[in-house]
Design a protein around this ligand. Structure first.
Ligand SMILES: *[C@@H]1O[C@H](CO)[C@@H](O)[C@H](O)[C@H]1NC(C)=O
Ligand SMILES: *[C@@H]1O[C@H](CO)[C@@H](O)[C@H](O)[C@H]1NC(C)=O
Length: 379
């Protein structure tokens, strides 16, 4: 037994305390297991999402696909500590939101450019997490077609803050420069920034990125090398929501990743047979009942189950008792008041995947261990 119990036990305790006809003081007590559970998700408190009506706060379709796949039938054979979509180790996938602002309609180095800061707060990753991948995804939406047909995109790493009037090129390093042809479908550019994002995790080392967009009034092929003469003015206010950036960060929390593959979730199909002998019982935890529906996106609830029942003498093999439990039932049968029966406890738990908003409004997909009781035993 770990000092604070398993997450499912904490969650069940929190549920029972919150749901039961319990006194106010017990509801107060329930806040402590809630904190423990949120802490193990890497959250400092219950997230309060700013409101799901906000544009840009939708769940990226790639995350939905990964979530559905992890719930699907072949999830049993997949390694919960590898993200096969990106081919890297990890059990946490975050879409870190861009917090950078639009600098101006034109930058000091390029009058016709739209300049946007990109800032990704990497301190949402806990120090224990190992960053496997940080991929910047910049998406240009088709509405820009009303303006230019193509953009010249330059991405810079900001190395240090520069003063106004200083040479704008001095404090930055070019990471990417390419032309993007705008089509009716949103067009995306992906850039691997893993090494850079690892550096951003250290305090005071993240000056962010700078994105410079130069509208081009011709096919990109015809324009290389381009010169400012063939650019169009781009209305910054209308262009801003049409360029979206997010950082997909895949990380591994090694403490929440045991080796070995997932096992079949037998307890999902528990037989309903009346018996007071130790076995797994059905318990559906509805996140609405604990008031978590506003930050947990999916699932809405799940079959968590629990262990309950007696561990009588003689302990049959099906009760999965340890040698110690067998001897304890023997002693209990001789001296029922002096020695209790062994306890009916989970002996195999399986993970689930959760899709939620963290305290910074980022969307996170996390494979979370020890959430479902599959098998019970006498211990
Ligand atoms: C980044 O996130 C951390 C943890 O959530 C927070 O304490 C900090 O204020 C954030 N920093 C910025 C610049 O938003
Ligand atoms: C003991 O383990 C077996 C599989 O190893 C399982 O079928 C059985 O249900 C378990 N017993 C209890 C009480 O859960």
């Amino acid at each position: 037994m770990r000092p604070h119990g398993t997450p499912v036990a904490l969650l069940a305790a929190a549920c029972l305390l919150l749901l039961g006809s319990c006194a106010l003081s017990r509801v107060e007590e329930a806040k402590s297991p809630e904190r423990l559970f949120l802490g193990s998700l890497g959250l400092s408190g219950r997230p309060r999402p700013a409101g799901s009506q906000q544009p840009g706060r939708h769940v990226p379709s790639a995350l939905w696909r990964m979530f559905r796949r992890s719930e699907g039938d072949h999830a049993e054979e997949s390694d919960p500590c590898t993200v096969s979509e990106y081919g890297v180790r990890g059990n946490i996938i975050r879409y870190v939101q861009d917090q950078g602002r639009l600098v101006s309609g034109w930058s000091s180095s390029c009058r016709a450019c739209l300049e946007k800061q990109l800032y990704f707060n990497m301190s949402v990753l806990q120090p224990v997490e190992l960053l496997s991948l940080a991929q910047l995804e910049i998406t240009f939406h088709w509405k820009l077609l009303q303006g230019p047909r193509a953009l010249s995109v330059s991405l810079y790493q900001v190395i240090r803050a520069t003063l106004r009037g200083a040479d704008p090129q001095a404090g930055r390093r070019l990471l990417l420069s390419q032309s993007v042809r705008l089509q009716h479908e949103p067009t995306s550019v992906a850039v691997d920034l893993t090494a850079l994002a690892e550096g951003w995790r250290k305090p005071g080392r993240n000056y962010g990125l700078l994105l410079e967009l130069l509208p081009l009034d011709a096919e990109p092929e015809e324009l290389l090398p381009f010169h400012p003469g063939n650019s169009l003015p781009l209305e910054p206010a209308s262009a801003l929501p049409l360029v979206q950036a997010s950082l997909v960060a895949v990380s591994l929390n090694p403490h929440q990743c045991r080796s070995g593959r997932r096992r079949r979730r037998s307890a999902v199909h528990l037989p309903v047979t009346p018996s007071n002998v130790c076995k797994a019982r059905r318990l559906y935890i509805d996140f609405k009942d604990v008031g978590w529906q506003d930050w947990i996106i999916a699932p809405q609830g799940y079959m968590a189950n629990y262990c309950h029942g007696e561990c009588p003498f003689p302990l049959s093999e099906s009760l999965n008792g340890t040698n110690h439990a067998i001897l304890q039932t023997l002693v209990h049968s001789l001296d029922p008041h002096g020695t209790p029966q062994p306890c009916c406890v989970p002996i195999h738990l399986s993970p689930i995947s959760m899709l939620y908003y963290d305290n910074n409004d980022n969307v996170v997909l996390r494979h979370y261990q020890d959430m479902v009781v599959d098998e019970c035993g006498c211990r």
